[in-house]
Design a protein around this ligand. Structure first.
Ligand code: AGP
Length: 613
């Protein structure tokens, strides 16, 4: 989940690399560095911290070069520091390399190399792989490309590596397994990146590199090969993305921009799929696996983090509307728990980035056991999108803020469409309710707009009041339980305040012991079948002098009178209400993060796409 970038062409590489690293910084910001081919030698400049620190340092050094590679790091092996920053030099100083991923057998390789007298300047697995490659190049007297191919056959783990070598002034060698790599094709130049954002300003022609592929990249040439040294014809695709989509515009932070984009992004996720007026849903991906879904014994939803919370809402929706068993699995546990999977199973994979390693590997396993995979993914062309049997993109556009917001509501909107369409196919929903819910869903974007236009000041006041809290409790019932979990996760990610989400009724079985005058308790209490129950839960907290803050439906005086503060959302059917009740919780986390002076777009220790297990 580091960010990698590369350039070879006629232009000055350094400014392109720095700009690219800034666009990829959401992938990791523990350190940054570049390596430039200065003609007769390689220059490596690297610094702990953000890209700005690198710029300040490199600015005083020679950077005139037309070939180079750059890296922004999310530390796995070796703490954030200058010495563990990438790029690394090989022992001879002749090769420089950057790496995104984890080399699982690096300790064994390191022992072998140490036995041969190699000395390491960092604690990283990456430097070990680099010296392993150099050792093969030296002993086999072969080309860098050949040495990389031989070395990768002995490596276990995940990697994207980019290498430059003193011997080849305009050549970048790249290889991929498990981590994402995109190559941009220009006129007399090529760009490399973890995603397309570093090249968007220069080209819309891209090649997505697959696992076990190796690329030899020169200004006028892109050669693709597999590890068996067989040539592969690059499949050039056109990007459907504008630069503005990955810029902040007038917003102070990407997170706030993305929260405010939700009326449009929810509409985009429904566009061409929902027609409430004529009473139908079109979801071509679902049609493609109709037979599998009709005969499915169960649906297993696999995801991580916020996407897992969307999956929980998917469970409630599909069980209620389609009368089909659903299990929601943390991908990392599902991957190693050796679950019972059969060809009768349909797996729904939910992922914003489409690159989350835990989810990707869990799917590869399920696929091997014959399951059908349906993907709900945001990043077009991503690895998860490419291995699914069918799917639906969420069309939320690039999500740069590390804390997921607009992707979550787009995922939930697509799950709504999926459940309604499948229920209609299975005949488990009466047409009156079906038509009613189509109109409820169609009305959501305007209702989110209403929250953004009418509730921000109230939410800012609540954020100010609780900015110094040490703990928070989030409670909800039914469809609002996953929203309570999501609210708690947003707060943890953005403010570093400890927070827990719980089913409101579960509170009496332990967490209520946490309640005192200091503890803010956020109830997701929009009007639904559980409303009376949640009112009792609020009274139980009030009885212990807790600070109740509640998300309520417009006109709900009962909870309004019981709570210290409320965040109001328009009335909506309980099945679509999660798309509304999450928005105030996103804003609450954002404004508390801002009040605490934190970098809400790049929270500490996090990265946008977790591409290592
Ligand atoms: C959410 O705000 C976090 N960024 C994180 O939990 C994220 O949802 C998780 O890593 C899954 O990512 P994905 O949707 O890209 O697979």
């Amino acid at each position: 989940m580091c960010g990698i970038v590369g350039y070879t062409g006629q232009k000055q590489a350094y400014p392109i690399l720095i700009d690219g690293l800034k666009k990829l910084e959401y992938r990791g910001y523990d350190s940054a560095g570049v390596a430039l081919h200065l003609g007769n030698h390689l220059a490596v400049y690297k610094k702990q911290g953000k890209v700005a620190a690198l710029e300040a340092y490199a600015g005083d050094h020679p950077v005139a070069a037309t070939t180079g590679i750059g890296h922004t790091r999310w530390a796995t092996h070796g703490e954030p520091s200058d010495r563990n920053a990438h790029p690394h030099y090989s022992a001879s100083g002749e090769i420089a390399m950057i790496h995104n991923g984890i080399i699982e057998n690096y300790a064994q390789l390191k022992d072998e190399l140490t036995g041969k007298g190699y000395v390491f300047n960092s604690d990283t697995d990456s430097e070990v792989l680099l010296n392993f490659i150099e050792d093969i190049k030296r002993n086999n007297e072969c080309s860098l490309e050949e040495a990389v191919r031989v070395a990768l056959k002995r490596v276990t783990g995940a990697y994207v590596i980019l290498l430059i070598d003193t011997e080849y002034p305009d050549t970048i060698i790249a290889a991929r397994k498990g981590s994402p790599l995109v190559i941009g094709v220009g006129k007399g130049e090529h760009f490399l990146g973890s995603d397309a954002s570093p090249m968007l300003a220069y080209t819309k022609e891209v090649v997505y590199i697959n696992d076990y592929e190796l690329a030899i990249v020169r200004p006028d040439e892109l050669i693709l090969k597999n590890l068996g040294n067989e040539r592969i014809t690059p499949f050039v695709q056109k990007l459907d993305l504008e630069l503005a989509a990955i810029e902040k515009g007038n917003f102070e932070h990407f997170m706030l921009k993305e929260i405010y984009e939700q009326p449009k992004t929810i509409l985009d996720s429904l566009r061409g799929r929902l027609n409430a007026e004529r009473g139908y849903i079109t979801l071509s991906g679902l049609d493609r696996i109709e037979d599998k879904l009709r005969n499915a014994h169960r649906i297993v939803i696999v995801a991580c983090g916020t996407s897992w919370h969307a999956g929980l809402i998917g469970e409630y929706l599909i069980e209620e509307l389609c009368r089909l068993n659903v299990e929601v699995e943390y991908a990392s546990e599902f991957r190693y728990r050796n679950p019972i999977i059969s060809s009768q199973d349909v797996i729904i994979a939910i992922s914003q980035s489409g690159e989350t390693a835990d989810t990707l590997v869990a799917l590869e396993n399920a696929k091997k056991q014959g399951a059908t995979i349906f993907g709900i993914v945001n990043v077009v062309g991503s690895s998860i999108a490419r291995i699914t049997d069918a799917g639906a993109y969420t069309h939320a556009g690039p999500e740069i803020g590390v804390a997921s917001t607009k992707a979550f509501t787009a995922q939930v909107a697509v799950l709504q469409l999926f459940a309604l369409k499948l229920a209609q196919m299975r005949g488990t929903i009466d047409d009156t309710l079906f038509q009613h819910l189509l109109h409820e869903l169609e009305a959501i974007p305007a209702k989110v707009e209403w929250i953004l236009n009418n509730q921000v000041e109230a939410i800012q006041a609540i954020a100010h009041a609780y900015r110094d809290a040490d703990n928070f409790l989030y409670l909800g019932r039914g469809y609002n339980f996953p929203i309570a979990l999501e609210g708690a996760l947003k707060l943890k990610e953005i403010t570093y305040i400890h927070a827990e989400g719980y089913p409101a009724a579960e509170m009496k079985h332990g967490p209520i012991a946490l309640v005192d005058e200091e503890l803010p308790v956020v109830f997701v209490a929009t009007k639904d079948v559980y409303h009376e129950k949640i009112v009792s839960n609020i009274q139980e907290i009030n009885a212990r002098k807790g600070n109740v803050v509640a998300v309520v439906s417009e006109g709900d005086e009962t909870v309004n009178d019981l709570a210290k503060a409320v965040m109001v959302v328009p009335q909506a059917h309980e099945i679509v209400a999660p798309l509304l009740s999450v928005v105030p919780l996103q804003l609450l986390a954002y404004y508390i993060g801002v009040e605490r002076g934190l970098d809400v777009d790049k929270p500490r220790n996090l990265a946008k796409s977790v591409t290592v297990e």
